[in-house]
Write a protein that binds this ligand. Structure first.
Ligand SMILES: Nc1ncnc2c1ncn2[C@@H]1O[C@H](COP(=O)(O)OP(=O)(O)OP(=O)(O)O)[C@@H](O)[C@H]1O
Ligand SMILES: [Mg+2]
Length: 375
């Protein structure tokens, strides 16, 4: 377990506030925004989920940041996981009622092209309509049992593709249909991209969760908590004021602060200020995705985006070359140009061919970043 997980600073009041808002029923869904790495997911899973479960909700969690899966597959998988019985008793009861397979059969019966067991891992062949139908059927089944709180993390991904937009519409329909028993909470880490999904006039989830709320970032009380934990473990005192300043400097993201504290913990000779500047150097080296992107030319960018979506992409295959030409917008782009661009990408330590014959990103978080670019 990571240190950051061991030292989770609970935020019960915040969880209570969100849940009460949703319970009140004036809104059936809400959207929260906060920059990356500021604690959205931890809050959903460690604070909000347990509280909602204690209040009788079935909590379903889908993370749309894992873009290897299509949004439709990620949503359906999350619902299926919630439906899948865990205890033996539940298993028996579920067998008597409606297991997932039967649900699928029912959906098939309803006149769609569902083909038996849907292969979730390889979902490319999915019809969007199938996913939408399954989504609705699963929600119907879950809400029969208990009220459902559907947490959809990094929901801006719904604006990235046609399929995502269709799924957003399906979510909206489902939400309207099951509004007495269903609540949704969306998060996102890009305000503009969230706007494409929720607030712009033609956004697919427009009326459902149009007001995007700022998620309150962790503050001084979090730093004080860390200082207390530090003291408990080391019997030494942490300069709380310096730590609060550092936390601000780190954009109120927990990880760099914790790494700094850890460094001081492990090397008692290291001053806190020294540890902070070491951390800053490290951050500057790893986090400048935008700078990396700006340093790429058009061909390099197209290649990077294609590799981010498919590391086993063959850049010299005829069809691929045609695609690259089209995306770069240069008709007479040749294989040699691609080869040179690949050479430059390797030189810049962005993407390089691995011994396993796939193209690998030097920094996986840059690949993630690239995957989430919206044109
Ligand atoms: N309340 C907290 N107490 C302690 N650590 C926390 C807390 N919230 C978040 N963290 C730590 O901060 C890091 C980032 O948190 P988290 O992944 O929840 O952020 P996020 O906003 O969901 O980030 P991403 O943009 O990557 O999805 C994690 O290592 C997490 O353990
Ligand atoms: Mg997250």
């Amino acid at each position: 377990m990571e240190l950051t997980e061991l030292w989770h600073f609970p935020r019960p009041e915040l969880a209570r506030a969100y849940l009460s808002t949703l319970n009140a029923g004036l809104v059936t869904s809400t959207t929260i925004f906060a920059p990356r790495r500021t604690g959205k997911t931890a809050f959903l899973l460690r604070d909000l989920k347990p509280l909602a479960e204690a209040e009788g909700y079935t909590v379903v969690y889908a993370d749309l940041w894992q873009t290897r899966q299509t949004p439709g597959a990620a949503l359906v998988r999350a619902l299926e996981e919630a439906l899948e019985p865990h205890s033996l008793l539940e298993k028996i009861v579920a067998r008597l009622h409606a297991p997932v397979k039967a649900l699928k059969a029912k959906a098939e019966f309803a006149g769609t092209k569902l083909e038996g067991q849907i292969e979730l891992a390889n979902d490319r062949k999915w019809e969007i309509a199938d996913a939408a139908l399954l989504l609705d059927a699963l929600v119907a089944e879950l809400t029969k049992r208990r009220p459902v709180l559907f947490l959809i993390d990094e929901a801006q991904a719904l604006g990235r593709s046609k399929e995502g937009e269709e799924m957003a519409r399906a979510l909206r329909t489902t939400l309207t249909k099951h509004q007495t028993k269903l609540r949704m909470l969306f998060t996102g880490s890009s305000r503009t991209k969230l706007g494409h999904v929720f607030t712009n006039a033609n956004a697919p989830l427009y009326s459902a969760a149009s007001a995007v709320q700022d998620f309150p970032l962790l503050g001084d009380d979090f730093v004080d908590y860390i200082a207390r934990r530090f003291k408990e473990s080391t019997k030494r005192k942490l300069d709380t004021r310096a730590a609060r300043e550092a936390f601000e400097l780190f954009g109120r993201r927990p990880e760099p602060l914790m790494e700094t504290v850890l460094a001081v913990m492990m090397s008692p000779m290291l001053t806190f200020a020294e540890a902070v500047s070491m951390q800053q150097i490290k951050l500057a080296r790893t986090e400048n995705h935008e700078g990396t992107w700006n340093g790429l030319d058009a061909t390099e960018r197209v290649l990077v985006r294609m590799f981010a979506d498919d590391p086993s992409m063959k850049p010299f295959a005829k069809a691929t070359l045609v695609k690259i030409r089209k995306r770069v917008g240069i008709e007479d782009l040749q294989a040699t140009h691609v080869q040179k661009a690949l050479g430059r990408l390797a030189e810049k330590t962005v993407v390089a061919k691995s011994p396993r014959d796939v193209y690998e990103f030097e920094n996986e978080s840059f690949a993630d970043w690239v995957r989430n670019i919206v044109d």
